[in-house]
Design a binder for this molecule. Structure first.
Ligand SMILES: NC(=O)C1=CN([C@@H]2O[C@H](COP(=O)(O)OP(=O)(O)OC[C@H]3O[C@@H](n4cnc5c(N)ncnc54)[C@H](O)[C@@H]3O)[C@@H](O)[C@H]2O)[C@@H](O)CC1
Ligand SMILES: [K+]
Length: 503
């Protein structure tokens, strides 16, 4: 069994793909069927977690997830746990494997309750109501069960996925079990990792049921891991100079939003760009950033004339004025790698000519929308984006011929070849002003240092979240975490990853 942090790049499959894998595996002769393996793995994990907690409530649903729970119940009972099994469905409608598990449970002397008994104090709960087969809103019967369990405030071990959560989108079907631990089977599912998934799953563990990951079909989706992202980093040659480290141009900072451009610039500088220029639109733009005088401030029209710029970041505090529009048009026309955030995305959403200009770019474009900006780009609501974060990011990537980072819990990085990644780092401390500006500056810095746009994007997204996690672990958030703190921590982490120095 694996915890998330111990995983190498790990494939993520949507429900339909998992079903196909299961069908293929079911045809192969194995000494133990998959359900038996899943139930045993769950019971063993329960034993490991709750060895001194003997009274367990097990909820069994109408499908194979319920079958897993019945197998777990049988093992736990044989290890002298006091097991209460609640099954409210119709036994005659159980799928064949689950029906066999029910029979084995009964053969082992187990009994079934059709509702949660009153006046019993359980130590923990196994949630085997629904897995990847849940496809519609919970009806009242299951809604009540879910609510009752959530009110108990007990440790809950969810099998495969917390019941009620959509395993593709991470959205609850009206309500979902709030688990303290989730043991997922065979492979990761997106719903565990993005949108509300992290809120409901608790600690996520993966049991591959003895199936070697190399034998699984190739997957378009993967979990981003530290090992993968840092493989792109190399120590600098001793004989290095600032010209080798590239220069980033930042376009933004209109009236009242100069800070956004400064934050992007500082992030670019502290993530290692050799030179950072900021072209600010504000009427009375500062001539120098007193706190960071290394930044070179200039008029935005000048920025695009500077020779030797390695990449551009357009959007932090850009605003949507006519001047901003003209500057953005020039930026998109350039043949430099281009990172677009915030108002740059909002302008593209309302100017189809800009969108088509973007589609036709030859060099890399990287778009970093939050769900509301993604909604504007696709002409739909924030809610619709969140209902299918992966699909939405892929559509934007394909329509705009761009790399897309759809921000929010479990950020999605989507590529035009239809591959996608979910980032596991980050926390609610990142929900504050300036964090997006910092991410765009980081991506710019890494591209300037000659990482490929894909590597630079994946590394920045992971690093941005990891820096926030590190700060929270030291008590600097999530409440009141600032973008400036994230910049400094990201710098420490980067150095640590490349040179192994203390972070
Ligand atoms: N198929 C296999 O080979 C394996 C399946 N496994 C388990 O099986 C699960 C998938 O099993 P299933 O495909 O049977 O799906 P589920 O057990 O997730 O549930 C599907 C059942 O619930 C019903 N249902 C769906 N939405 C409902 C709603 N809102 N209200 C009431 N009933 C609803 C469906 O009609 C179906 O009977 C996995 O998550 C995993 O836990 C594991 O045992 C490993 C092997
Ligand atoms: K479940």
């Amino acid at each position: 069994m694996n915890t998330l942090s111990s995983l190498l790049p790990s494939p993520i499959y949507r429900a339909q793909e998992i079903k196909l894998i299961e069908e293929t595996l079911a045809k192969q002769p194995t000494p133990l069927g998959l359900m038996e393996k899943a139930g045993l793995a769950a019971a063993e994990f329960g034993l490991e977690l709750f060895i001194d907690k003997p009274v367990v409530l097990i909820l069994v649903g109408p499908g194979n997830n319920g079958g897993d729970a019945l197998v777990a119940a049988r093992y736990l009972k044989s290890w002298f746990y006091q097991v209460t099994v609640v099954f409210t469905g119709n036994a005659e409608k159980l799928p064949p494997d689950a029906a066999k598990s029910l029979q084995s449970w009964k053969d082992a002397g187990g009994t079934i309750h059709d509702s949660i008994p009153d006046n019993v104090q359980w130590d923990w709960v196994v949630d085997g109501l629904f897995g990847i087969g849940l496809a519609r809103d919970l009806d009242k019967r299951y809604l009540d069960l879910v609510k009752r369990v959530n009110q108990m405030q007990l440790p809950v071990l969810a099998l495969d996925i917390p019941s009620g959560l959509d395993s593709d989108s991470g959205q609850p079907f009206r309500a979902a079990i709030r688990a303290t631990h989730t043991l997922t089977f065979l492979a990761l599912k997106p719903g565990l990792l993005t949108a509300y998934g992290p809120d409901y799953c608790g600690e996520i563990h993966l049991d591959q049921l003895g199936i070697e990951p190399e034998t699984l079909p190739p997957s378009k989706g993967n979990l981003l891991t530290q090992k993968q992202v840092i493989s792109a980093l190399k120590p600098r040659p001793l004989n290095s100079h600032k010209g080798m480290l590239g220069s980033v141009g930042i376009l933004g900072g209109a009236n009242t939003m100069t800070g956004a451009a400064l934050l992007a610039g500082r992030a670019a500088l502290k993530c290692g760009a050799g030179l950072v220029y900021i072209g600010m639109l504000a009427d009375s733009a500062p001539a120098v950033d007193i706190q960071q005088p290394e930044l070179m401030l200039c008029a935005p029209e000048q920025l695009l004339e500077i020779e030797g710029i390695s990449c551009l970041v357009a959007g932090p505090g850009l605003g949507q004025s006519d001047r901003a529009l003209a500057l953005l048009q020039n930026a998109i026309s350039s043949d430099l790698p281009l990172i677009l955030d915030a108002d740059a995305l909002n302008l593209i959403a309302v100017h189809p000519d800009l969108a088509s200009q973007l589609q036709n770019r030859k060099s890399a474009s990287i778009l970093t929308p939050h769900p509301a900006e993604a909604g504007r780009l696709l002409g739909c609501s924030n809610h619709e984006i969140q209902q299918d974060r992966i699909g939405s990011a892929l559509v934007i990537a394909s329509r705009q011929n761009s790399i897309v980072v759809l921000k929010g819990a479990g950020s999605i990085c989507a590529f035009t070849d239809e591959t996608w990644y979910i980032n596991p780092t980050g926390n609610p401390g990142l929900s504050s002003a300036g964090m997006g500006d910092v991410l765009s500056g980081m991506i710019g810095a890494l591209i300037a240092q000659k990482l490929k746009p894909k590597q630079a994007t994946l590394l920045s997204v992971y690093l941005h979240g990891a820096a926030a996690d590190k700060l929270v672990s030291r008590g600097f958030g999530p409440i009141g975490l600032t973008a400036s703190e994230v910049i400094d921590e990201a710098k420490h982490l980067l150095n640590n990853w490349v040179y192994g120095k203390n972070s």
